[in-house]
Design a protein around this ligand. Structure first.
Ligand code: PBG
Length: 326
């Protein structure tokens, strides 16, 4: 009787053998926890479409950051929900505004033990919910927005952010932010560019998380889901403009983009497993349709395998806890 020349199953025989021969592994340090803080809250407020995720108070945010440090999580990405919004997103520039204050509070709590990142984008701060300011026709005005992003970046760097995450997809945003940082003496504040960010239906729950006022969509600035090659252009431009790290977002429906970017990027690559991806798995698990822990672990490992060096995921701390115990 002939036998198979190759038996790949040999390396799958025991958990120890599978562990030894695993091509990719997750580590807590690869994970970045996105977190929301809402101005004026006295108790953390649950986000119904993201079971387990809350809008934080200052105190609960500080606790979440300290817990992330304990668990060895790599970083935290902060989003602020202001009490008052206007057409220009003015609250984003106020040193005591919700996001700038949160950066300062988290920095006072954890210092340099966790990489503190701030979202540089106007959508949480504008009363129309767009990521930039509008011209007289209601079109998002690229260059007028850039001027505000530069000042917003300086305010977040002044507050102590280690990394800034411009997520608005304005052309030229990395260059303007880099220049503003250099001119204000923030040479070592790094920029994680949301380089290939697609207009996605999977952002739905995030809009609840930040009480978004948006009517309509972001298709004049975020990328079209049909496009693959264009992601390389966006990454190349951000690298030329001085990005220290680049991101692909969303993650699970864009793993081909992530693999393309990982193959060409000379800088670390992040992927953002967004709110809708979180919500889908939580909803299926709550119905008993999938195994929650298995699905979470597999989804993040898949993102890593596709080429992400770091993964933004709302499960960062929980997953880090599982990784520590195993
Ligand atoms: C824009 C921003 C968004 C997300 C992160 N930054 C919303 C959007 O582009 O509509 C979405 C993240 C998520 O869905 O988890 N500031």
């Amino acid at each position: 009787m002939s036998f198979p020349n190759h038996r790949p199953r040999r390396l799958r025989t025991t958990p120890a053998m599978r562990r030894l021969t695993a091509e990719n592994r997750l580590a807590p340090a690869d994970l970045i926890l996105p977190a929301f803080i809402r101005e004026g809250l006295t108790e953390p407020s649950p986000i119904s479409s993201m079971p387990g995720v809350v809008q934080h108070t200052t105190e609960s945010l500080k606790r979440a950051a300290a817990e992330a440090v304990e668990l060895g999580v790599g970083g935290i990405m902060l989003f602020g929900v202001p009490a008052v919004r206007d057409a220009q997103g003015t609250a984003s520039l106020d040193p005591d505004g919700v996001l700038n204050k949160a950066i300062r509070d988290v920095k006072a709590e954890v210092g340099d033990d966790l990489v503190i990142m701030g979202d540089v984008c106007l959508d949480e701060f504008t009363d129309h919910g767009h990521c930039g300011v509008l011209d007289s026709e209601g079109y998002v005005d690229n260059d007028a927005t850039l001027e505000i992003y530069g000042r917003m970046a300086v305010a977040q760097a002044d507050a102590g952010a280690h990394v800034l995450g411009p997520s608005g997809m304005m052309d030229g945003q990395i260059a303007v932010i880099r220049q503003a940082l250099e001119e204000s003496g923030h040479k070592n504040t790094a920029v994680l560019a949301y380089a290939a960010k697609y207009a996605s239906a999977f952002y739905g729950p995030f809009r609840e998380a930040v009480d978004s006022q948006l009517k309509g969509d972001r298709r004049t600035y975020q990328m079209d889901a049909a496009n693959r090659r264009e992601a390389i252009l966006e990454v190349e431009l951000d690298l030329e403009e001085g990005a220290d790290m680049v991101m692909v977002k969303p993650a699970m429906s864009y793993l081909d983009i992530l693999a393309d970017v990982a193959a060409m990027s000379p800088v670390p690559v992040s992927a953002y497993q967004i709110s809708g991806e979180y919500a889908m798995i939580e909803a299926a698990a709550a119905n008993g349709w999938i195994d929650r822990r298995g699905a979470i672990t597999e989804s993040v490992l898949g993102i890593k395998r596709a080429g992400a060096d770091t993964v933004l995921t709302y499960w960062a701390s929980e997953l880090a806890g599982w990784l520590k115990e195993s």
